[in-house]
Design a protein around this ligand. Structure first.
Ligand code: PLP
Length: 421
C-alpha cells in the first residue's frame, strides 16, 4: 500500500486530524473493539437451550446424565457432519471448546506416537508449524506454550501462499503442521479456494506425520445470501493418499453459547481412534446433557442454517457499518485498506507500514481499546507493523459506530504524522 497524497494538502489534513483527535480524546470514551465474541442479543437467540433438554434419553437409549459415550451423541455428530464436512462416524463431539481439542491434539502428538509418526514429537529436536498471516493469536499462543517454532506464511485472497507452503513442507521434516482457518478466516475473512485446499491435501511433505490443523470455526457463519462452500479437505486428503493429514475442528461457540457450546473434532478413523484412546485417560465422557440440549434445540443441519440466518440479521448491520465508516472516512486517502468479509467475525485493517502500533496506542489514549498490533502474527511480531484486527460483533451498533469513527481519526492522525515526517 502506498500513501498517495499531494504534499500541498498534507499540512491541512494533518491539522484537521489533530483537531479531530483532540476532540475525540476529550469525549472520555470507553469503547472496546477487541472482543470477537457474540453480543448479548446473539446469545438471546439461543435462550431456549436453558429450558432443554426435555428428557434425558438419547436415541439409542443412553442416559445422558451418566458417564460414558466418549465420542459424543451420534445424532448431534450427524448434524455437524454436514456443517464440518466430516462423516459422522469420524466426528467426535466433545466439551465446550474446540480450542481445548486443538490444545489436546498438540499435547498428545508431543506425548504419544500419532498414526504415521515414527516417534513422539517431544522426542524430536525441533517441531515447526506454518502460520498463515494474518492469523489467530490463540493458535500462535499454543505453539509458544509448547515450544513449537512458528514460520509465518503470507495469505492472499485464496488462502496461504501455496508455493511457499509446498516448499517449506517438502524441504524440512521438522515442519509438522500448519494452522488453517479455511472459511471466513480470523481475522481477514478470506476463504480458501478449491485449488488451495487441493494443494494442501496432495502436497508432498518431508514429515510422514504432518498435520493440517483445519480450524473451521466459522463454517456456518455467513454474512451474505451466498454462503461460501469450501472444498472437502478430509476427502481430498484421503483421495491423495494422505488420509491422516487433516485434523478438523469446529464448535457451536458462535452458533449458540460461546461459553457453553459443543466442540467437535473430525479426522481419519485412525486419528479419531488415537484421540479417543488419549481422551479416555483424560475423561470418562463429555457433557452429553449439553449435547442433547443442542440436538433438541438445533434439530438438524437445516435448523443450524436457520439459526445462523438469525445470527446474520444481527451481525450484518454491524459489518456494514464498519465498511461504511471506513469508506467514508478513509476511502481515497491512501492511508488504509481493509477486508470486506462474507462471513466470520472480523475485519482486517491495513494501515500505512510502521503505523499500526501507534494507531492502537493513540486509540487507547482516546478510550478505544483495539486488539494489540502484532497479535495477528507469530510471536506478536508483525514485521510491517501494519495490521489491525477489528471485532465488530460485541458492541451495540451505536457504540461500534462511535468506536469506528474514533479509529479512523487515529488512522488519519498517525498516517499524516508519518507522511509529514
Ligand atoms: N478458532 C478460531 C479461529 C476462533 O476465532 C475462535 C474464537 O474466537 C476459536 C477457535 C475458539 O473456539 P472455541 O470456542 O470452540 O474454543
Amino acid at each position: 500500500m502506498t500513501t498517495q497524497m499531494s504534499d500541498d494538502s498534507l499540512p491541512g489534513l494533518l491539522d484537521l486530524a489533530r483537531r479531530d483527535y483532540k476532540d475525540l480524546a476529550g469525549q472520555g470514551l470507553k469503547l472496546d473493539l477487541t472482543r470477537g465474541k457474540p453480543a448479548p442479543e446473539q446469545l438471546d437467540l439461543s435462550e431456549g437451550l436453558l429450558d432443554l433438554p426435555s428428557g434425558h434419553t438419547a436415541a439409542d437409549g443412553t442416559d445422558v446424565r451418566n458417564y460414558g459415550g466418549l465420542r459424543g451423541l451420534p445424532e448431534l455428530r450427524a448434524i455437524f457432519a454436514d456443517v464440518l464436512q466430516v462423516p459422522a462416524d469420524q466426528l467426535l463431539a466433545g466439551g465446550n471448546s474446540s480450542l481445548e481439542m486443538m490444545h489436546d491434539c498438540l499435547v498428545h502428538a508431543l506425548l504419544s506416537v500419532m498414526p504415521g509418526a515414527e516417534s513422539r514429537w517431544a522426542d524430536q529436536e525441533r517441531i515447526v508449524f506454518l502460520c498463515p498471516v494474518p492469523g489467530y493469536d490463540r493458535h500462535f499462543a499454543l505453539c509458544e506454550r509448547f515450544g513449537i517454532e512458528m514460520v509465518a506464511v503470507p495469505m492472499d485472497g485464496s488462502g496461504p501462499d501455496m508455493d511457499v507452503v509446498e516448499r517449506l513442507v517438502a524441504e524440512d521434516a521438522a515442519v509438522k503442521g500448519i494452522w488453517c482457518v479455511p472459511k471466513y478466516s480470523n481475522p481477514s475473512g478470506v476463504s480458501y479456494s478449491d485449488e488451495t485446499v487441493a494443494r494442501l491435501a496432495r502436497m508432498e511433505t518431508a514429515a510422514p506425520d504432518f498435520r493440517i490443523f483445519w480450524d473451521n470455526a466459522y463454517a456456518a457463519h455467513h454474512l451474505t445470501d451466498e454462503p461460501v462452500e469450501i472444498a472437502d479437505l478430509l476427502a481430498l486428503c484421503a483421495e491423495s493418499g494422505h488420509p491422516d493429514r487433516a485434523f478438523v475442528f469446529g464448535s457451536t461457540s458462535k452458533i449458540t453459547f460461546a461459553g457453553a457450546g459443543v466442540g467437535f473434532f473430525g479426522s481419519s478413523a485412525a486419528n479419531v481412534d488415537w484421540l479417543t484412546a488419549n481422551n479416555s485417560k483424560r475423561s470418562i465422557g463429555p457433557d452429553k446433557v449439553n449435547q442433547l440440549r443442542h440436538l433438541e434445540f438445533l434439530r438438524d443441519a437445516e435448523g443450524v442454517r436457520a439459526h445462523m440466518d438469525r445470527q446474520r440479521a444481527l451481525l450484518a448491520p454491524k459489518f456494514a457499518a464498519v465498511q461504511r465508516i471506513l469508506s467514508e472516512e478513509l476511502g481515497g486517502t491512501g492511508l488504509a485498506t481493509w477486508t470486506d468479509p462474507d462471513g466470520g467475525y472480523f475485519v482486517t485493517l491495513e494501515v500505512v507500514e510502521g503505523c499500526a502500533k501507534e494507531v492502537v496506542r493513540r486509540a487507547a489514549e482516546a478510550g478505544i481499546v483495539l486488539t494489540p498490533a502484532g497479535a495477528t502474527h507469530p510471536y506478536g511480531d508483525d514485521p510491517r507493523d501494519a495490521t489491525i484486527r477489528i471485532a465488530p460483533s460485541f458492541p451495540g451498533l451505536a457504540e461500534l459506530e462511535r468506536a469506528m469513527h474514533g479509529l479512523t481519526v487515529c488512522v488519519r492522525l498517525v498516517g499524516y504524522e508519518k507522511a509529514a515526517g
